[in-house]
Write a protein that binds this ligand. Structure first.
Ligand code: FES
Length: 138
């Protein structure tokens, strides 16, 4: 009788411990692994017609802002839109043909190179491919 009670208590404690670990551990694990938006391997498709020559189309790539450009007819590029200074989102200035960061005045050309201000590095370049009528980022 005492053996049965002991086994029951061990099983009950073990089951409760596992449930509590899962209950606390899952949210903790989710907090420690940042949400990547559409998945780490996600690609973004943008219709070619949405990116005019000399223009820019902002999209979300892996949960962060990015921008697709067509600097010359039929040539597409993509950059991260996250400023390399402190992480603000750059704005495209079509009249100037460059990007401006609203936070501290950083400026980047359409290749992502720093033109002015405090950004220490160029905007990150993203992989781009053309697939039919779409541009595929990533
Ligand atoms: S965050 Fe862009 S210039 Fe400071």
């Amino acid at each position: 009788m005492a053996d049965n009670r002991r086994r029951f208590l061990v099983a009950a404690i073990g089951t409760t411990g596992a449930a509590l670990t899962a209950l606390v551990g899952w949210p903790l694990l989710r907090t420690l692994t940042p949400d990547s938006g559409e998945g780490a391997d996600a690609q973004v498709r943008v219709p070619r017609k949405d990116v005019p020559v000399g223009g820019a189309k902002f999209v979300q790539y892996k949960g962060k802002p990015a921008v697709v450009l067509q600097p010359e007819p039929g040539k597409f590029t993509a950059l991260s839109a996250v400023c390399t200074h402190l992480g603000c989102i750059v704005k495209f200035k079509p009249e100037q043909g460059d990007f401006e960061c609203p936070c501290h005045g950083g400026r980047f050309d359409t290749k992502g190179e720093v033109l002015a201000g405090p950004p220490p590095e160029p905007l990150a370049t993203l992989a781009v491919a053309v697939d039919g009528d779409d541009i595929v980022v990533g």
